[in-house]
Design a protein. Structure first.
Length: 280
């Protein structure tokens, strides 16, 4: 198994200008509150509230960052949160136990435990009535899709999809069957033929009667998450839920183009914020 294909190497090199651009964004003024939902150092989330002079919206955003299920921390992605905070949305950004030591089953447990803790603390900030908008980039998009669409796991902790107002997915691995057997993927899912691989695959949880809108963002030249593999999820979603779908396809776009809204005030950012405003 090659460490990188040519197109993946191109994407890896794109990380340098991406991080340069995001590092230039001023986030030092953003205050964070940290809450643990387990004993492991990675089992926590941070809550960020809009500045006092900004009117708070009636929804909050639960956003999982990217990093191949193994890298990054919420604190490194405060620039993502800033986009939403400036528009009045409270933002929660979780951490979780990481691959390769921890695979899907442990990470899936963290998704549920985190959500339970989030709901526990919301009344303390007058956010108990706020519906949750799920969002995620890359591996984070995979995780929020698992969180939002696995109804059995929600029911197991006494919850349902009714708490979610919508979900936006940026460069997300949504049908793992079309992904290459890379180390990041298999470190998360285990062997392709093992049951856990399909358990970690969001497309398997879609049902005919989905309840909340989805904004799908993906580049057609994504080198980490092939466009066709992600779009398989959307094609299945469309069969019975087309009215809930908004697509933002980036023609010739790369993986990181799907996250460029963080540092570019361009059409993609405007589309995300417009979609948020239209949620019921």
């Amino acid at each position: 198994m090659p460490l990188f294909t040519t197109i993946e190497l191109r994407e890896a090199l794109n990380l340098i200008p991406y991080w340069f651009q995001t590092a230039r964004i001023s986030v030092g003024h953003i205050k964070t509150l940290r809450f643990n939902f387990g004993d492991h150092p990675k089992q926590y989330f941070i809550l960020m509230m809009p500045e006092k002079e900004i009117a708070i919206k009636d929804k909050l955003i639960l956003y999982y960052h990217g990093g191949g299920w193994r890298a990054g921390s919420p604190e490194l992605f405060k620039a993502n949160a800033k986009v939403f905070l400036e528009k009045g949305y409270p933002v929660i950004m979780p951490s979780y136990r990481r691959a390769p030591k921890y695979k899907y089953q442990a990470i899936r447990e963290d998704l549920s435990a985190c959500l339970q803790k989030v709901l526990e603390i919301l009344p303390k900030f007058s956010l108990a009535e706020h519906k949750i908008v799920l969002g995620g980039m890359s591996a984070g998009g995979n995780l929020v899709a698992l969180l939002g669409y696995d109804r059995a796991r929600l029911a197991a902790i006494g919850l349902s999809q009714k708490m979610f107002a919508g979900i936006f997915l940026c460069g997300a691995p949504l049908d793992l069957n079309g992904m290459r057997d890379s180390f990041p993927l298999l470190d998360f899912t285990g062997k392709r033929k093992a049951p856990m691989f399909q358990q970690a695959n969001p497309i398997n949880y879609l049902q005919p009667n989905e309840h909340f809108p989805v904004l799908f963002i993906h580049g057609t030249k994504d080198g980490f998450v092939p466009f066709d593999s992600a779009y398989n999820f959307i094609e299945k979603f469309k069969v019975n839920n087309a009215a809930l779908l908004t697509e933002f396809i980036i023609n010739e776009g790369s993986h990181l183009d799907a996250g460029s809204w963080v540092y570019l005030d361009q059409e993609l950012r405007k589309s995300i914020l417009s979609w948020l405003q239209k949620l019921d």
